[in-house]
Design a protein. Structure first.
Length: 267
């Protein structure tokens, strides 16, 4: 169980609860400063041998320490937030989306992830943290997290479209090769899900690189307009088919975009 004392309503705002706890911490800090000040006067009376003041400073210090202890106890007992329930029941996701909307940051929800271009965010309730792509983040106060995401968006993207395109082409060649080398240059369409299965063939790879991340990278590559491989093949995405096996991504503007396959052909 997390926290102390009674369990809270899981719909209570984390932002407001943390603001209250922050105020409690400030009050505790002020009580600590008062206690330190009284202890310094107590020490001075002892250093100088001011017997008249010594007993008075002892009493004052004792009162200040008692006040500090009580203030800290109050602050501790007031933090009764059931964070695991809050993070598990979508309350956290809803508050992040609301906070983002208030600040003009576009965040969209898809499956069990949040998409904040170009990042995918996954909540890890048991670890009291989130993953922004592969980076673990423990600062979960909604206003702080939204600001952090806006800061990340302002930095140059680490996505390398050329490198990702070469990975897709290598997998494409492996899948097409059994059909005959001459098929490489015919522009045959290969399902992106087959490409993904090949890229994540090793045990555990699909956990390290999810289908949502793959779909996001396909979209980023599509947006980059990088299509030529080192061997001079031109990539083209097939997104018109309505067959099963399409992959879905939320675009930068919140629209749904589907991709089915990819082809490579000499220009």
């Amino acid at each position: 169980m997390s926290g102390w004392g009674r369990k809270m309503d899981p719909l209570v705002s984390l932002e407001k609860t943390l603001a209250k706890t922050e105020a409690d911490a400030d009050a505790t800090l002020k009580a600590a400063i008062a206690a330190v000040s009284s202890l310094k006067k107590f020490r001075t009376a002892a250093q100088t041998g001011n017997l008249r003041e010594l007993r008075k400073t002892i009493e004052t210090a004792e009162q200040a320490i008692t006040a500090l202890r009580q203030q800290f106890t109050n602050a501790k007992e007031d933090w009764n937030f059931d964070e695991e329930t809050y993070l598990s029941n979508k309350a956290f996701t809803s508050e992040i989306l609301e906070s983002a909307e208030q600040t003009g940051l576009k965040i969209f929800e898809q499956d069990d992830r949040l998409y904040c271009y170009p990042f995918l965010i996954r909540v890890l309730p048991g670890e009291r943290s989130i993953l922004i792509d592969k980076v673990r983040e423990r600062r979960l106060r909604p206003s702080v997290l939204v600001k952090h995401l806006k800061d990340l968006q302002s930095k140059p993207s680490r996505f390398k479209p050329e490198t990702f395109l070469e990975s897709l082409f290598s997998a494409y060649e492996i899948i097409v090769a059994p059909r005959g080398k001459e098929m490489i240059n015919t522009g045959i369409v290969i399902k992106l899900r087959d490409i993904y299965d090949l890229l994540t063939l090793l045990p555990g790879q699909s956990k390290e690189y999810s289908t949502q991340e793959f779909a996001r990278d396909i979209y980023l590559l599509d947006q980059s307009r990088v299509t030529r491989t080192k061997k001079g093949f031109i990539a083209a995405f097939d997104s018109s088919r309505q067959y099963s096996g399409t992959i879905t991504v939320i675009t930068q503007d919140g629209d749904i975009k589907k991709y089915y396959g990819i082809s490579f052909a000499k220009e």
